[in-house]
Design a protein around this ligand. Sequence first.
Ligand SMILES: [Zn+2]
Length: 879
Amino acid sequence: MTTMEAENTVPDPHRLPLDVRPTHYDLTVRTDLEKLEFDGNVSVHLEVQKDTTELVFHSTGLELSDFRITGFEHSLSSVLFDKDNERVKVGLPFELRKGSTAVFHIKFRGPLTGSLAGYYRSSWKNDGKEEYYSLTQFEATSARRAFPCWDEPLLKATFSIALISRENLVNLSNMNVESEDPYANVSEEVHSKSEQWKITRFAKTPPMSTYLVAYANGPFEHRESSYVSPLSGKTRPLRIYATKDIIHQVQFTLDVTQKVLPLYEKLFDIEYPLPKLDTLVAHDCDAAAMENWGLITGRTTSYCLDSSNAALHTQKIIAAMQSHETAHMWFGNITTMAWWDNLYLNEGFASLMGEVVAMDKMFPEWKIQAEFLNFHLNKALLRDAKLSSHPVEVECPDANNILQIFDAMSYSKAASVLRMLLTYVGEEVFFRGVSAYLKKHLYANSVSRDLWDAIGEAAGVDVTKMMQTWMCETGFPVVTVRETAKSIIVRQDRFLETGQPEEKDNQIIWSIPLNLAIIESDGQLKVNHAITLNEKEIEIPLDTSRSYKLNVGTSSYCRVLYPSERLSKLSQQAAAKPPVFPLSDRIGLVHDVFSLASAGHTELSVALDLVHELGKGEEEFLAWEGMRDSVGNLVSLWWEDDTVHDLLQIFQKNLYAPLVAKLGYDYDDNESPDVKQLRTLVISGCLDAGDSKQVDCSFVRTALNIIRSIIKELRRRFDVAMETGDESIFVAELETPIYVAAVRYGGRREYDIVRGIFDNPSSPSARTSAIVALCNPADVQLIEETFKFILTDVKEQDYLEFISYLSLNRKAKRQVAQFMMGHFDKIYEKFSGNFQLNMMISQSFERLTTKEDAEVVQEFFKASPRLQAQGSELTERLS
Ligand SMILES: [Zn+2]
């Protein structure tokens, strides 16, 4: 073998030349979990599209050898490695002619590192002893870290995978096992140990993109179930794999998988295309979960729960995660974006399908449509209200940058806009279009326009034109309403958190479904879904002596600004008993009013009054969650101003304390999900409000007394559990508040106990609760200690959680930024190529609010050439 370090190998550093296209890979990988390394060989079947004398493909971090091409007996020696672009160019001693085929072979070898990307290792404790297993994470561009390949989503091929491992371990891959045999042909060194090895051969996949290929090797156990296809009557096995320490916690995930697959088959009118669906729950994952075709992988926090004591919140996370990943089995895996700039479509769609449509059908009692507003819509609107926001669909020539531009807004805005479209055309028409789109692009690639065209055809409207502005332009509109006696005049302008936009930033005209409701004399809402605002301003005839509301259902991606008298009427109606508006409208109204007040369109007192009024009678958890988020954002924004911060904390105390007094601490199995979650929310709200200066006046005395008794009770439960070892006193719903109260209002002793729980948790949720608590001490020395052990004792996958929770602790906010700047090179090295990096950087800095902070951060990014692109976007966000 001859190798040379080389210059850039091709004119376009971001895309492979298409002289040849892979059609099939025969991939064999041997895993050695003792030496923590892997090796293998790949034979790639190529179709020659253009006469060529070279092959250019992706590979990075691997030792490659023995380059051969079938029909040519010598190994190929002209090999150039282009490290910067993660590719290899092999010169051929003859020309491959257009229209011919060729089979290209390479051997490869690499280490199983803890990088969470490519083929990597995960660790777990087997009866107290640390052991390893291996799995893959290839999205977006890490298949090339595991085996040499043409690593672009458009270059779909079939895969026949064989895994060689020690005989006592389990091999998993996308497809079903075809055969498993003893394997003797391993090196002398291995033979000398007289170990038994085996080779597991998997069935050939359908055509698929490299980023969806997956395999794993380890001492996995599994739980099994099956489902019957409603389309063909065929039964398919469903399995959840995990190591033995957590396998007893996966039943709920299995149940959700079984429920959701037939549901999608019916909605898409396409049968699940693979013979099985496995899910591997892993101790170390970059993403929360990954939709590898036929072998989903995900974190313990995404898929494990203690069925004897599980919080509803945990059940919701698992159900949403699994139905999101399963939606990708069709949307993304059968039909895949041609390039990464359209990845938002996969993610927006899976978020809408998995986290709203399917969840609502499986668990109607969870009122998931309304939860979407808090979890996705409002988050997206808050981010998108910044002048520095970016369009959902943004050019991304370099696939390695997709992880940088692909932020939460791309998931949440894309999902919100798709939900608006679904409401506009109706669910039945929407899915007719989606089904036609998937059928037209089976096992192929597509661009977003293909989906708009298909839905548009089903609906008989020009969806492509409508979606163009929502997906390809930055920001969103505020709809301002003026009234005459006989009409309303509605006008659209770009909404910015800083107030009125300059003319140059206010040029876009969006197509906004107005969803106008008239409130009839009997209190019923009569909704007109047909009116769309396609111009700057329109006048709609309406008797304004009657009650009305726009954006009913809060389905359009906009804010609505009413005249102040109308808003106060709407507020009264929202707070009426029984409420005039459905839950989603009450939530939308709260989010809108707070956002409009922050931007100076209305007084802040109007927003606080609305919450005060609603708070008197509101019984729905999700409405309370919306209020808590809105007030919490305000508190977070004012964290540096003691006076305002303390006043807002008093407001929160008075808001939540009466409800704790009413609901108590005891959870009853027969209670509605609303009551359970509301109790947890108000107890946590009181804990958060309790850390301001305690102004002891009659105005807050009652609330203060309640809060003091909450802290006392939570700490009592913590102490009893620690002294007796009986954790049954920890109702799952109160696990996090109990740990937080203990650490925040206790001291060194409580901190050390919770640190011990973090190291040896009884369940994934106990571990998450311990992380929240360790980020929440009031004592600055203990905060310092948490920062120190992040670098030494925290698994890579948990960094983001630590950074996020520390950034919510008022006493740690500036330190988080300093921590990130102080250890940036190390963190960058560790997380380069991971999903978490961009989010970690955002979380570290975006809570800062002063000009001085912005200048410091700007200087830091200017001085760091690695981060010029990220830095400029981020510092714009800060300013
Ligand atoms: Zn997804």
